[in-house]
Every structure is written in structure tokens, then in C-alpha cells.
Design a protein around this ligand. Structure first.
Ligand SMILES: C[S@@+](CC[C@H](N)C(=O)[O-])C[C@H]1O[C@@H](n2cnc3c(N)ncnc32)[C@H](O)[C@@H]1O
Length: 209
């Protein structure tokens, strides 16, 4: 399977219909977490099965992975997990998704594609305009978690988010157990690989003020 797709391709301009929270989840009032670039969603399956009082939403741009995740979702009859296919920018910038951002308790960017070449930086998922959209739409107190094993990408993401007046860095230990979307410290697939290979992990949490 091809590992990367170009998120700026016009193939992703058209987005699928976004269902309401009550169509996505059995209990639409539960805390909502969004994972951007969730691949086939293994991490979200781990979370959803254990933290049944949370709802989990994944956005992924590789259609095959979303199909695989959705099949597994139906087979396991999990009612607090949902997957949306497409470019997270196009989905979350669309008016029909405003309610998603308004209802989020937290969101995560786990090991985003680094796009090492400078001319490809614009393909990175964290962009100033996207962070601006998040700062305009998220409620006060919403948490953003970023993790990567690429120092240069971490610096870029940290610079981009910190440059937005409405996001402030917050210490992990200052987050209550009940506010954490991952109190069990589950690891993503990339994270498991990084740990096995003894690579560094750079991470930070921001709060919307
Ligand atoms: C390096 S993988 C990490 C997967 C997973 N988060 C993990 O930690 O194992 C990055 C994922 O983000 C997806 N992705 C990249 N750009 C995206 C975008 N603009 N919108 C949605 N998904 C995106 C990729 O297709 C890929 O599955």
C-alpha cells in the first residue's frame, strides 16, 4: 500500500456527508475526542473499548484504511467510535462540521507525516490557517495533544501552535484523569515502533484559553 497521499490533491476537495453526533454515537452527550490521521484506527479501538464513557472520532485521508476501520467497527458493534474519510482540513473547515469542533473535549495529532522537503511543508497537517480555524471554533479548555519522533517537525508544530494567542502549553500532570482521553496511556502503532527502536518522542499539550 502507498504510504503517503498528497492531501492537497483535488481528489479530496469533495467531502462526504458528516452525520450528526447522535447518528455517530450511541450516547451523543459523552466527552468527545478527535484523532487526526488515525490510520486504521487501532489506537482508537483500544481507547473506545476501555473508556466507554468517551466518544472517539478518527479522521484519515487514506480510504483503504478507513474502510478497514469501518468494517471492524461493524463487526465489533462498537457504539462510541466513528471514522470519517478525507483531508482533515477540508472536513473541519466545512460549515457542516462546525458542531464537531464545538463539541470536542480534546484532539490529537499522533506522529503526523513529516514531509521532510521544504517545498512539501504545505502538505503537513498542522498549518497556521488550520490552527487559526481551531482557535476560532474550539471551546475554551479544549486540549490539543501533539506527538512525533521527528524533532524538526515538532519544532515546526510547536512554533505554529504557540504562535496562536489562544493556545497555551500545559503540563501533562495538570490534567485531571477525567479530562484525559487516554488515561490508560495506550500507544499508537507508530509510537510502539518508535519505542521498540528506542527513538525519541517529542510531545506537548496545549489548552485553548
Ligand atoms: C505517520 S501516520 C501515523 C498514524 C497514527 N497516528 C500513528 O501514530 O500510528 C500519519 C497518518 O496521517 C494521515 N494523514 C496525513 N495527512 C492527513 C490529512 N490532511 N488528513 C487526514 N489524515 C491525514 C496519513 O494518511 C497517515 O495515516
Amino acid at each position: 500500500m502507498r504510504q503517503h497521499v498528497n492531501p492537497l490533491s483535488s481528489n479530496f476537495n469533495q467531502i462526504e456527508r458528516i452525520p450528526s453526533l447522535s447518528e455517530m454515537f450511541c450516547d451523543s452527550k459523552s466527552n468527545l475526542h478527535l484523532d487526526i490521521g488515525c490510520a486504521a484506527g487501532e489506537f482508537l479501538f483500544d481507547l473506545a473499548l476501555v473508556n466507554t464513557s468517551w466518544n472517539y472520532l478518527g479522521i484519515e485521508i487514506r480510504e483503504k484504511l478507513v474502510k478497514k476501520a469501518r468494517k471492524k467497527l461493524v463487526e465489533r458493534e462498537i457504539k462510541n467510535l466513528y471514522f470519517i474519510f478525507g483531508n482533515a482540513h477540508n472536513i473541519l473547515n466545512d460549515v457542516q462540521s462546525k458542531f464537531i469542533l464545538k463539541n470536542l473535549k480534546s484532539l490529537s495529532f499522533n506522529f503526523p507525516d513529516p514531509w521532510f522537503k521544504k517545498r512539501h511543508y504545505k502538505r503537513r497537517v498542522i498549518q497556521p490557517e488550520f490552527i487559526n480555524n481551531l482557535s476560532n471554533s474550539l471551546q475554551k479548555g479544549t486540549l490539543i495533544s501533539v506527538k512525533t519522533d521527528v524533532k524538526d517537525l515538532f519544532d515546526y508544530m510547536d512554533y505554529t501552535i504557540s504562535n496562536n494567542f489562544y493556545f497555551k502549553k500545559i503540563d501533562k500532570k495538570d490534567i485531571n484523569y477525567s479530562e484525559s482521553f487516554n488515561p490508560n496511556n495506550f500507544q499508537t502503532n507508530r509510537e510502539k515502533y518508535v519505542i521498540i527502536n528506542q527513538l525519541d518522542i517529542f510531545e506537548r499539550i496545549y489548552i485553548k484559553i
